[in-house]
Write a protein that binds this ligand. Structure first.
Ligand code: NAP
Length: 290
C-alpha cells in the first residue's frame, strides 16, 4: 500500500519515520518543505503539494494542527481532492472536533474518498518510539484495511465506532491530560512553598497513587526548567475548547475543563503558546508574584 503523509511536525515526523522503517512506500509533504526533504534522505519521496501526495498514494494521512489546516490540505487549490482518486482513504490523525470529522467525511464522500478520524495519545515520546495509542472512528471495513498502518505507528489501536468517535474519545483523554498538568504544577508550587525538595516530591508522586504520564515525563522537565514543546500549549488550548464546545452542546457542565482552558488561555496570551504544556508553571509563578 502506497502511503502519503502530510504534516511533519513534532508528531508527524516521527510517525512518518516509523512508516518508512516498517517498509512502506511513503510520499511526504510539509508546508515548511525542509522537513520533508530531511525525511527524503531516509527514503521518503518528497512531494511539493498535498495534491502531489494524493497522486502517489492509496492512503493519505494528515497530522497538521487544526480543522482549518486539514481543510487547506484537502480542499485548497493544490489540495488532496484535486487529484485523489475514487477509493482513496484519507485519515486525519490531528486532534479535531467530532463535528468536524463528520462534516469532512460527508464532503469527501462526494469525491468518492473514504475518511477516518484517528487521533493519537502518547506524546512526542510515543510518536518516536512507535507506541502511540490510536483511537479510530469511521467505517469498520475501511479501518480493517489500514489497521497494519496504525500498528506501525502505535501499540494500542482502538476502533471506537462511527465517524467522529475517535475524536470524541480523544477529547475525553485531553480532559485528564490537562487537569493532570494543573494538579502536578499546583503540587510542585505547594511543595516549593513548604520547602520540600523537588526530587523528593518526584520520588513520592512517581511511585504512589499520584503517578501518571505527566508525573513521569513532564515533572522532571518542569523541575529542570525545560519548557521546550513535546506538546504545544496552543494545541492543548484548541483541544480544551473542542471538549468544552462538545460538552456545552450536550448541556454537560465541565467545570474542571473550563478552569484548565482559562489557564491555557493565560499561557497563550503571555506569548507562550509555542512552548510545551508544562510551561503552565510560568502562569502559576505570575499568579503568585501579583
Ligand atoms: P506541530 O509540531 O506544530 O506540527 C504541525 C504540523 O502541521 C507542521 O508540520 C506544520 O507545518 C503543519 N501544518 C500546520 N498547518 C498547516 C497547513 N495549513 N497546511 C499544511 N501544513 C500545516 O504539532 P504536533 O505536536 O506535531 O501536533 C500535530 C497534531 O497532533 C495537533 O492536532 C496536536 O493537537 C495533535 N497531538 C499532538 C501531540 C503532542 O504531544 N505533540 C499528541 C497527540 C496529538 P510547518 O512545519 O510548516 O509549521
Amino acid at each position: 500500500m502506497r502511503i502519503g503523509f502530510i504534516g511533519l511536525g513534532i508528531m508527524g515526523y516521527s510517525m512518518a519515520s516509523n512508516l518508512l522503517k516498517a517498509g512502506y512506500e511513503l510520499t511526504v509533504y510539509n508546508r515548511t518543505i525542509e522537513k520533508a526533504e530531511k525525511l527524503g534522505k531516509s527514503g521518503a519521496k518528497v512531494a511539493y503539494s498535498p495534491k502531489e501526495v494524493a497522486e502517489n498514494s492509496e492512503v493519505v494521512i494528515s497530522m497538521v494542527t487544526d480543522a482549518p489546516d486539514v481543510e487547506d490540505v484537502l480542499f485548497s487549490e493544490k489540495g488532496v481532492v484535486k487529484s485523489g482518486k475514487k477509493g482513496l482513504i484519507f485519515i486525519d490523525m490531528s486532534t479535531n472536533s467530532p463535528e468536524f470529522a463528520k462534516k469532512t467525511a460527508k464532503k469527501l464522500s462526494e469525491y468518492g474518498i473514504e475518511f477516518l478520524d484517528a487521533p493519537v495519545t502518547g506524546g512526542d515520546k510515543g510518536a518516536r518510539e512507535g507506541t502511540l495509542t490510536i483511537m479510530v472512528g469511521g467505517k469498520e471495513n475501511i479501518f480493517r484495511q489500514v489497521e497494519p498502518i496504525f500498528q506501525a505507528m502505535g501499540k494500542n489501536i482502538i476502533y471506537v465506532g462511527e465517524i467522529g468517535s475517535g475524536q470524541a474519545l480523544k477529547l475525553c483523554n485531553q480532559v485528564v491530560v490537562s487537569l493532570d498538568m494543573v494538579a502536578v504544577i499546583e503540587s510542585l508550587m505547594l511543595a516549593r512553598s513548604l520547602g520540600i525538595d523537588d526530587d523528593k516530591l518526584f520520588s513520592v508522586l512517581s511511585t504512589g497513587a499520584g503517578n501518571s504520564f505527566t508525573v513521569q515525563y513532564y515533572l522532571p522537565k518542569i523541575i529542570k526548567g525545560d519548557l521546550e514543546p513535546g506538546f504545544k500549549a496552543a494545541h492543548l488550548k484548541k483541544d480544551l475548547k473542542y471538549a468544552l464546545d462538545t460538552g456545552t452542546s450536550a448541556s454537560l457542565p465541565l467545570p474542571g475543563t473550563s478552569l484548565a482552558l482559562q489557564l491555557y488561555n493565560s499561557m497563550v496570551s503571555l506569548g507562550m503558546g509555542e512552548k510545551g504544556t508544562q510551561g503552565l508553571i510560568k502562569v502559576y509563578e505570575k499568579l503568585i508574584k501579583t
